[in-house]
Design a protein around this ligand. Structure first.
Ligand SMILES: NC(=O)c1ccc[n+]([C@@H]2O[C@H](COP(=O)([O-])OP(=O)(O)OC[C@H]3O[C@@H](n4cnc5c(N)ncnc54)[C@H](O)[C@@H]3O)[C@@H](O)[C@H]2O)c1
Ligand SMILES: O=P(O)(O)OC[C@@H](O)[C@@H](O)[C@H](O)[C@H](O)CO
Length: 382
């Protein structure tokens, strides 16, 4: 049986990636640091995925087990040595940490066998070129000979993953509720070996239009709902989007990212409009309760230069377009203050000590006098 190792047995890990891998015939070993989830995976070897729709269907994902990488480094290394496919959805900020575990597994395998098995490593994060980033982090911990062997034997394709999976509230720590829609797109050229048949996975020549369309529509839209919705006192995505003023502002933001995307990738405006409509419909799903605090989480990451808000805003401004909706959303993001979110606390602390202008400029990697910084601060102060 083919073996897959998936780092991150969280919401998208169990709710989507693990389910696809299991269905494609892989034995799935989840690696995580959450011992409750790992114990439950080893006790049950299966879990339930519920579809958030009127029909409320569910299915069972079988053939799964867990390894706690913090407590079981040898078992983690052994699983990496045996893997045909390694995937990860831990959050971009955690990739440097799992890179160490992966590098250690690859080094042990190389030392034991004098070679590495052919495999693919795919990061499934909301991040442009997430696998390239993970690869660079892994390589920091490899000796030259292992690095050379890894370049020969391991494929590092970038990927884009789309399925809304909120924070879970079930008695069973493994049960996971997901929306009906799903999309997993993987870059074909960087895949090593024959392209496998995997239901739910699409292999494409060029990932850039897919990841950018997804990040700058689903995730920009989500961020706008979160930051603008919290300002209005809403708690969940469906509640916020049901408010006509929030919806109108989200539509304005998505019309700006649509302008950027259709121009950059020569997309058909009608087809892209249908894509946007579909996504707005997903946000309105009444069977899914998704916290605005989750959707707005990690604001320092979300305000980064290659991320869902600043990247399209800067690009549009360079083309002489003032993205009023994005500017409003970024200003609202600077008010995101969630006690349980460490990045939101760092952002608020930066605003207190440096001022909002310098705090945003730092997060976005822009100079204080950049036109976007000035427009955002004018909005923030108003
Ligand atoms: N939830 C979604 O709707 C969704 C959809 C598409 C993509 N994503 C992306 O997937 C990633 C994960 O999101 P999520 O919502 O599943 O988050 P999550 O918090 O539910 O899952 C992350 C998991 O990583 C684990 N983890 C943390 N540190 C680790 C370490 N050092 N080693 C191994 N595991 C570790 C956590 O314990 C947790 O189980 C993010 O990049 C997110 O943007 C999420
Ligand atoms: O995971 P983040 O923090 O990058 O973004 C929050 C949500 O927008 C995201 O998790 C979506 O639910 C997901 O990307 C849908 O595919």
């Amino acid at each position: 049986m083919k073996k897959a190792v998936h780092f991150g047995a969280g919401n998208i890990g169990r709710g989507f990636i693990g389910a696809v891998l299991s269905k494609a015939g892989f034995e799935v070993r989840f690696v995580d640091v959450n011992d409750k989830v790992i114990q439950a995976l080893n006790d049950k070897q299966e879990y339930t995925v519920q579809i958030a729709s009127e029909e409320k269907t569910s299915f069972t994902v079988k053939g799964v087990s867990g390894i706690n990488s913090a407590q079981e480094p040898d078992k983690t290394a052994q699983a990496i040595k045996e893997a045909d496919l390694l995937t990860a959805s831990v959050g971009p900020g955690v990739l440097p940490f799992i890179a160490k575990d992966i590098a250690s597994g690859l080094t042990k395998a190389y030392e034991a066998q004098g070679s590495l098995k052919q495999m693919n490593i795919v990061a499934c994060e909301n991040m442009i070129n997430g696998t390239d980033f993970l690869r660079a982090e892994i390589e920091k911990h490899l000796d030259e000979d292992v690095k050379r062997e890894a370049a020969q034997k391991i494929g590092f394709p970038n990927s884009a993953v789309d399925r809304i999976v909120p924070i879970q509230q079930h008695e069973d720590p493994l049960t996971v509720q997901v929306e009906p829609f799903f999309e997993w797109v993987v870059e074909r050229n960087d895949w090593k070996g024959a392209i496998p048949e995997m239901e739910g996975v699409q292999f494409v020549e060029d990932l850039a239009p897919f990841i950018e369309r997804k990040l700058l529509t689903v995730n920009t839209g989500h961020a706008a709902i979160a930051y603008l919705g919290l300002e209005q006192g809403f708690e969940t995505v469906d509640q916020a989007i049901a408010d006509s003023s929030v919806k109108q502002q989200v539509e304005e933001v998505l019309s700006e990212t649509s302008e950027f995307l259709t121009k950059k990738y020569s997309l058909s405006p009608e087809e892209h409009e249908r894509y946007v409509e579909k996504i707005l419909g997903r946000f309105e799903n009444p069977y899914l309760s998704d916290d605005l605090a989750r959707v707005g989480r990690a604001p320092l990451r979300k305000l980064g230069p290659k991320e869902r808000l600043v990247y399209p805003a800067v690009s549009l401004m360079k083309d002489g377009v003032e993205p009023k909706g994005l500017i409003k959303t970024i200003a609202a993001a600077l008010y995101f203050n969630e006690e349980a979110d460490p990045e939101s606390q760092s952002l608020q602390n930066d605003i207190k000590t440096l001022g909002a202008e310098a705090a945003f400029a730092k997060a976005a990697d822009l100079s204080n006098d950049d036109p976007l910084v000035q427009a955002v601060i004018q909005e923030y102060n108003s």
